[in-house]
Design a protein around this ligand. Structure first.
Ligand code: B16
Ligand code: MG
Length: 216
């Protein structure tokens, strides 16, 4: 039995599936540069920062770009991505996410967002979930990407809760490792074969309950 005081949620893959929009935008960029990459490769971009994602994609295409060119390409991709997410609605919230956030708050468990995305605020506003988070830590507030625990430790600090009393919800291997590196408990969202180091793995927040949280 544990005494969980806060839940920290990743955004993409846990609260919403923005990976589809990231994929469309990165694919368009790769195509304009004269190559393509598979959906399987795209899996490797989940939870990875924008700059690092671009570097991986360029590597797959065998393309070399200067730092200035990389910055320009990342901006172009982001402009396309931002256009796509501007049409998001609350209907895109993943099953059970809103209900579990409400259940946490009703049980006086604090809630935080811990995402690598610099567009987190826009997305949460579009899906009307901003008021359900006590604090939001996104890609604009951290300098070290997951698996560094910075994003989650900052969330715990802002909530004034000890890391050992926090549970992280993550769909990416790098995110699960980040939680472990921060000495936090972690619930994986996805496959137990992939997220092998998580304390518990569920298919989605629709399978999560306060009972399961207590038993972590
Ligand atoms: P942006 P998460 C991550 O979100 C995505 O999974 C990853 O694909 C993306 O590259 C990263 O955010 C940065 O996003 O370009 O919007 O700053 O899973 O950490 O919520
Ligand atoms: Mg994610």
């Amino acid at each position: 039995m544990s005494n969980i005081k806060a839940c920290i949620f990743d955004l993409d893959g846990v609260i919403v599936d923005t990976a589809v929009y990231h994929y469309k935008a990165w694919k368009r960029l790769a195509n304009e540069l004269g190559f393509d990459f598979t959906e399987e490769d795209n899996e490797k971009l989940k939870g990875v920062s924008r700059v690092r994602s671009l570097q991986l994609i360029l590597q797959w295409g065998g393309v070399t770009k200067t730092e200035a060119e990389q910055e320009e390409l990342a901006t172009t991709k982001n402009d396309w991505y931002v256009e796509m997410i501007s049409h998001m609605t609350p209907a895109e919230i993943l099953p059970g996410a809103k209900e579990f956030l409400l259940a946490c708050r009703a049980a006086e468990i604090k809630t935080a967002l811990g995402s690598a995305s610099k567009n987190s605020m826009t997305i949460l506003d579009k899906i009307n979930l901003t008021p359900l988070f006590d604090t939001i830590v996104d890609g604009n507030m951290v300098s070290k990407p997951k698996p560094d625990p910075e994003v989650f430790l900052k969330g715990a600090e802002l909530l004034n809760v000890a890391a050992s009393d926090c549970v992280v919800f993550e769909d990416a291997i790098a995110g699960v490792e980040a939680a472990i590196n921060g000495r936090m408990k972690v619930v994986g969202i996805g496959s137990p074969q992939v997220l092998i180091n998580a304390d518990l793995v569920v298919n989605g927040l629709n399978e999560m309950t306060l009972e399961k949280l207590k038993n972590l």
